[in-house]
Structures are given as structure tokens and as C-alpha cells.
Write a protein that binds this ligand. Structure first.
Ligand code: SAH
Length: 233
């Protein structure tokens, strides 16, 4: 059973984009996941294929119409479709590795990419869209956010990452940022690799990595450390 992504967008040419290359691209070719990029404009009903209109109550910009979007969503995700329906949105719940894992374990996702000022609120309510943000900044459209979300999900699908272990030791998987990495050469511009890492003492190495991870997290993301309290006591 492969992960089925349907993306609703005004710019289907943006897909698979970066996801057509490297690990995700190979997995797409292998059928580990599938991607349907659906042109929202195809569901407009007027001669000009209009998808947006001026905001009720006035103000700048345009708003994507609920009726056109509903047709597109109902086409991509007919009743009984088990996949979650996501709306990329700066107002959404920030995406986390935990949510990415859940999505990767599921049947796929239907992803709506906003443009302009966003989408009519009634569409979000009537189609029970889960609003997902990729961070506290504003993109010009939901497409790059959808690519980010799918990249994070696809690398977790079975068989996509060669070395499954490395996926489990990464930042966030244990509530901490990851420890620093080193590789050859042994000395770079006068900086040696820390002694402990070439000691061959695996217990010491694990302790050092854990301590470095905690130190980094304390400095940069004390919010994560608070959540990881039980692990670091
Ligand atoms: N007026 C809106 C921003 C619209 S940006 C506001 O102030 O909240 C246009 C579209 O880009 C959005 O509909 C959404 O789909 C996408 N987008 C922008 N920033 C995003 C983010 N941080 N995460 C996810 N999607 C985002």
C-alpha cells in the first residue's frame, strides 16, 4: 500500500519539483508514493475560469472561492476517502515530526495550497480541513509548504531511506536537537575531531553525543527541552 498524495493548486507545474529528484524522486518512480497535482482552475464554472474574488468586508487582496475549491476537493477526495485533508496555512498548527510520522503511517494526504489572502472560511469548515503551518513566516503560496511537508513524510516511508537507523537518531526524534557531526579529514584548518569520537569507546561516545545534544538544545531551543524533561530529568 503506497502513500497517495493529491495536491490542489493553481500551479501544478510546481510538482513534483524538488520531489522528483534524489530519494523522493526514486521512491516516486518505484511507486512507494504517488502524486496527483490537480489544477483548481479546472473546477471554475465561468468563462474566465475565476477562482478568487474580493474579500467580503473590504480590504486588500483576493480570497479563494469556497464553491470552486469545494468542487476541486470533492473531485480529489470523494466521500469515503480515508486520507486527511490538509490546508497549508500560516494560521495552522505548526508541523511537527510527530505529525509527519502519523501522516507517513497513513494512506496519504489531500493537500490544498492557498494563494492570495487565503481561502473562504466556509470551505475550511464545510470540508473539515486541518490547517497546517510550516513556520511563523508568510509564503506567497502553499505550494512550497506542501513540498516541505511531503518531503518530510516521504523520507519516512518504508524503503525510502537506505539507513533506517539514522532516521531515528535525528533532531526531534527524542525531543532534542541532534549532536554535531564530524568526518575525515582528522584535522581541518587546525581543528581536530574531538578525541572521544576516535576513542572507540562506544559508551563514552554515546554519553558525549547526548551531552552535546542537551547543551545545543538548552542554548537554541529551551522549549524542546521542557517537553523532553522526563528523558533528561
Ligand atoms: N493572508 C494570510 C497569508 C496568505 S499567504 C495571512 O496573513 O495569514 C498565501 C498562502 O500561502 C496561504 O493561503 C497558504 O496556503 C500559504 N502559506 C503562507 N505561509 C505559510 C506557512 N507559514 N505555512 C503554510 N502555508 C503557508
Amino acid at each position: 500500500m503506497s502513500f497517495a498524495a493529491s495536491v490542489l493548486t493553481l500551479y501544478p507545474e510546481m510538482f513534483p519539483g524538488a520531489l522528483g529528484l534524489s530519494l523522493a524522486g526514486r521512491a516516486l518512480e518505484a511507486g512507494t508514493w504517488s502524486l496527483a497535482a490537480i489544477q483548481i482552475r479546472d473546477f471554475a464554472t465561468d468563462r474566465h475560469r475565476t477562482v478568487d474574488d474580493t474579500p467580503a468586508g473590504g480590504g486588500a487582496g483576493m480570497v479563494m472561492r469556497a464553491d470552486v475549491l469545494a468542487k476541486a476537493i470533492d473531485h480529489a477526495s470523494p466521500p469515503g476517502d480515508p486520507r486527511p485533508r490538509l490546508l497549508m496555512s500560516p494560521r495552522g498548527k505548526p508541523l511537527t515530526q510527530a505529525r509527519v510520522r502519523e501522516l507517513a503511517a497513513g494512506p496519504g494526504a489531500v493537500i490544498l495550497c492557498g494563494r492570495f489572502e487565503g481561502v473562504d472560511q466556509r470551505l475550511i469548515e464545510s470540508r473539515a480541513l486541518e490547517e497546517v503551518s510550516i513556520g511563523d513566516f508568510i509564503l506567497s503560496g502553499g505550494e512550497p509548504a506542501a513540498l516541505v511537508l511531503l518531503d518530510a513524510v516521504v523520507r519516512l516511508l518504508p524503503g525510502v531511506m537506505g539507513n533506517a537507523v539514522s532516521g531515528e537518531e535525528e533532531s526531534f526524534e527524542n525531543g532534542l536537537l541532534e549532536h554535531p557531526h564530524y568526518t575525515r579529514p582528522q584535522e581541518f584548518e587546525g581543528r581536530p575531531i574531538p578525541d572521544v569520537l576516535i576513542s572507540g569507546n562506544h559508551r563514552k561516545i554515546a554519553e558525549w553525543r547526548r551531552a552535546e545534544a542537551e547543551k545545543l538544545t538548552r542554548e537554541r531551543r529551551p522549549d524542546l527541552l521542557a517537553a523532553a524533561q522526563p528523558l533528561v530529568k
